[in-house]
Design a protein around this ligand. Structure first.
Ligand code: MN
Length: 315
């Protein structure tokens, strides 16, 4: 879709783009409510601009669009569009409650309160903040999901921040928000938050890993496809119903391993991972047999969490 022009500033995302993604999702969104939320936010933010120069409304639009990708509901999308109005404009939560009902108002209020929490490294204050944060989350977990998407978009566009703010935000993202994303099972969000944090905290280290990965991108992708096809084919031949996923380690996790275990990129053995999902425990062991026949296991590195679950119950 074409980007529209507002004066001399190119809009990276428009309301039309967001609506298109809502339609494309095939989910039954409440367009009347979302239209009204956008209209309110657009009017409230008016001529405000982001540090990068683009109209402020692009930020809530982007946050809403990440939430659509995550499959979130109409209330979340409406709240995302209005998530900064209570903080940055004369519009109040009471007004939102009156126009959109208590659910959307609670979400906007929760995100606003989370935004106001300043995390410091002083431990007792941190405990108090953590308490507030858990409280906000326990009322409605959507508050935290919206906040994570808000932080993700801010981190994606953080290049415009001054150096110190970049570092502060990156540290807070790494220490507070990425672990929460992990706990909520939002792995892709967690990875991206970690990678963006690393980019701001150690730009040289980050660039080194990314440029090395980029140089081998084609080789890696071929390897992933080849391996996935091999597994797929063998399991099809054996009539085992399955799904195979492949993933590559992301820069932060590579960085951590290189740094922590003093390894070079070539010495990292789990750069790639494949996950095979099957219907029964029996099939799981059947697949294991197939995999060990296809690829040689490394002695002493093999773990069976079905037979011996982790102490935390992971099986
Ligand atoms: Mn925001």
């Amino acid at each position: 879709m074409e980007n529209t022009q507002t004066g001399d500033v190119k809009m990276p995302i428009t309301y039309e783009d967001l609506k298109q993604s809502l339609v494309d999702s095939g989910r039954p969104y409440d367009f009347d409510m979302i239209d009204r939320a956008y209209a309110l936010a657009e009017k409230a933010h008016g001529g405000q601009r982001r540090r990068s120069g683009e109209p402020y409304i692009c930020h809530p639009l982007s946050v809403a669009s990440i939430l659509v990708e995550l499959g979130m509901d109409s209330e979340s999308i409406a709240a995302a569009l209005m998530h900064d109005v209570a903080e940055d404009t004369p519009v109040t939560v009471a007004e939102i409650k009156q126009k959109f009902g208590p659910d959307v108002a609670l979400l906007v209020d929760g995100v606003t309160k989370l935004t106001q929490i300043k995390f410091s490294n002083v431990e007792d204050r941190q405990a108090e903040n953590l308490r507030k944060m858990l409280l906000a989350m326990s009322q409605d977990v959507r508050v935290m999901i919206i906040k994570l998407c808000d932080r993700l978009h801010n981190m994606r566009t953080g290049d415009a921040w001054p150096e110190q703010k970049r570092r502060d935000k990156a540290l807070e993202t790494m220490e507070v928000y990425a672990p929460i994303a992990h706990r909520l099972g939002m792995q892709r969000i967690k990875w991206e938050l970690e990678d963006l944090s690393l980019k701001y905290l150690d730009p040289i280290g980050y660039d080194e890993i990314v440029s090395k990965l980029d140089a081998k991108r084609q080789e890696y992708e071929d390897f992933m496809r080849r391996t996935q096809d091999q597994i797929d084919q063998r399991l099809n031949d054996l009539n085992i119903q399955h799904i195979v996923y492949g993933r590559m380690k992301h820069p932060y996790s590579i960085y951590w391993k290189m740094f922590n275990q003093n390894k070079s990129l070539d010495e990292i053995f789990d750069l790639f991972a494949f996950r095979v999902i099957v219907n029964t425990v029996g099939d799981c062991y059947n697949v294991l047999g197939v995999i060990h026949d296809l690829y040689k296991p490394i002695l002493g590195r093999f773990k069976d969490y079905i037979g011996t679950p982790k102490p935390n119950g992971y099986q």
